[in-house]
Design a protein around this ligand. Structure first.
Ligand code: UDP
Length: 479
């Protein structure tokens, strides 16, 4: 048994947003339970915690595995306009938090040997350098990571906008990317978000390692390319996943699970667009009709639509939480589908829902946490990407891995009609194609679980990190 003195002490700084908090916490838990780390976990919030963030923080505090510190909010007034895009706003926030981190780090005992930040937290790596700590960046999926590490090269090689290129964008050793599938900040090179994105890529390339929430079998070619091709930089790439929130004991059992208990095995399509995804009013109408026409059972997490003046922005404005989303459903929809489905407007216990035996499909925005939760629950998907790197995730899941179907038209480009939705829903829930995808996703579930067990590829990758930290502690002591 290792003594607490020999435990590597890592600090994780989690930037605002449920999507990042979920996997950052899980990384911390794994470091503690499987690899005997001591972990101090700093939570950065954008003003105040959302419902999802509060629930995650509370359950992590109850678990007592991590030393959790919620940092005081940073006042950004006067620095960013209310209309500033979220990527730029959060980048400013993560720069402004540095003085707070400096004083917090100097109070930590024993002195931490490594800092792990997520994709928005790279400004904090500067603080790690001041404290002679190893610097790691933890990111979601491998293929978008490759495109990001390669972005500084593309920036020099490609003239004009990427979206105007006639050919797919070539990434050495990896699947090429359709220009319109690139992550949002790469879609317009004249905007400040593009430069912030390049800056993050350069900081990642200078880190001591990039941790990716995947495993060797799921992303073999991409991982090999990033390790072997010089053009991706020299930061070592560690596949440490699949790290997803493990459904824990809840204070009270959700009524949604009681409803699922009453449904036949693998009969329910779960529909959710993550913590921020929203549809247009017209798309909500078409989705409702498509579900009704399919006659399949469903559970739909519905948020109010995008206001029409901001039609292009598929990520929600937090201030609209009070609006009644149900008002946007077609007249009589709830009555007509009473025996088929449930529409939910509050925060849903997604891991538990996906893990329930009655859930048989997931219409998802392809956020990487949601995608992994679906895979690890053995549930095939309808891929409905909306923002960030989700279009690349959707392409990978549908075309390379074979666990998802998707609409012909990208949901960010136009409205997917009710007839196509009906076909997609029936395909996943009731037809042989769905059955084949379910078999494939169940194989992947086993391979993902295996990667995390002792001797598995992700387990070994984290052991390697632990070794690196021990070595760095030892050399700090000897100097
Ligand atoms: N989530 C949830 N309930 C909801 C909506 C989302 O538990 O009603 C969780 C979901 O299980 C996932 C996370 O929030 O763990 C969303 O992360 P993801 O990467 O899928 O998408 P993002 O919200 O970052 O776009």
């Amino acid at each position: 048994m290792e003594t607490s003195k020999s435990k590597p002490h890592a600090v994780i700084v989690s930037s605002p947003g449920v999507g990042r908090l979920v996997c950052d916490l899980e990384l911390g838990n794994r470091l503690v339970t499987d690899h005997s780390f001591q972990v101090t976990f700093f939570v950065v919030l954008d003003c105040q915690a959302t419902a999802g963030e509060s629930q995650l923080i509370q359950s992590a505090e109850a678990q007592k595995l991590l030393h959790i510190v919620v940092l005081p909010p940073v006042d950004l007034s006067g620095q960013v306009e209310p209309s500033t895009p979220i990527f730029t706003r959060l980048a400013s926030l993560m720069r402004e938090i540095r003085p707070t981190l400096r004083s917090a780090f100097s109070a930590l005992k024993p002195t931490p040997s490594a800092l792990v930040v997520d994709i928005l937290g790279t400004p904090a790596l500067e603080v790690a350098e001041e404290f002679h700590m190893l610097k790691y960046v933890f990111v979601t999926s491998a293929w978008p990571l490759a495109s990001m590490l390669y972005a500084p090269i593309l920036d020099k090689e490609v003239e004009g906008e990427y979206v105007d290129q006639k050919e797919p964008i070539r990434l050495p050793g990896c699947m090429s990317v359709l220009p319109e599938d690139l992550a949002d900040p790469m879609l317009n090179r004249t905007k400040p978000e593009y430069n912030s994105f390049l800056q993050v890529a350069l900081e990642m390339r200078k880190s001591d390692g990039v941790l990716v929430n995947t495993w060797e079998d799921l992303d073999a070619a991409t991982l090999t390319a990033m390790r072997e091709e010089e053009s991706y930089g020299s930061a070592p790439v560690y596949a440490v996943g699949p790290l997803i929130r493990v459904a824990g004991p809840a204070a009270s059992r959700s009524k949604l699970l009681d409803w699922l208990d009453e449904q036949p095995v693998e009969s329910v399509l779960y529909i959710s667009f993550g913590s921020l995804g929203v549809l247009s009013a017209q798309q909500i109408t078409e989705l409702a009709w498509g579900l009704e026409l399919s006659r399949q059972k469903f559970m739909w997490v519905l948020r109010p639509p995008t206001p029409s003046k901001k039609k292009d922005d598929a990520s929600a404005d937090r201030s609209r939480g009070d609006e009644n989303a149900l008002d946007h459903l077609p007249d009589g929809f709830l009555e007509r589908t009473h025996s088929l489905g449930l529409v939910v407007t509050q925060w849903a216990p997604q891991s538990e829902i996906l893990g329930h035996r009655s859930t048989g499909g997931f219409l998802s925005h392809c956020g990487w946490n949601s995608s992994l939760e679906s895979i690890l629950s053995g549930v095939p998907m309808i891929a409905w990407p909306l923002y960030a790197e989700q279009k690349m995730n959707a392409t990978k899941l549908a075309e390379e891995v074979g666990v998802a179907v998707r609409p012909k038209i990208a949901p960010t480009k136009g409205v997917v009609g009710r007839e196509e939705i009906e076909i997609l829903v029936r395909k996943v829930m009731a037809e042989p194609e769905g059955k084949a995808m379910r078999a494939r996703v169940k194989e992947l579930k086993i391979s993902g679980e295996k990667a995390l067990t002792p001797g598995g590829s992700s387990f070994n990758a984290v052991s390697q990190l632990a070794k690196q930290m021990h070595q760095s502690e030892a050399s700090a002591v000897s100097h």
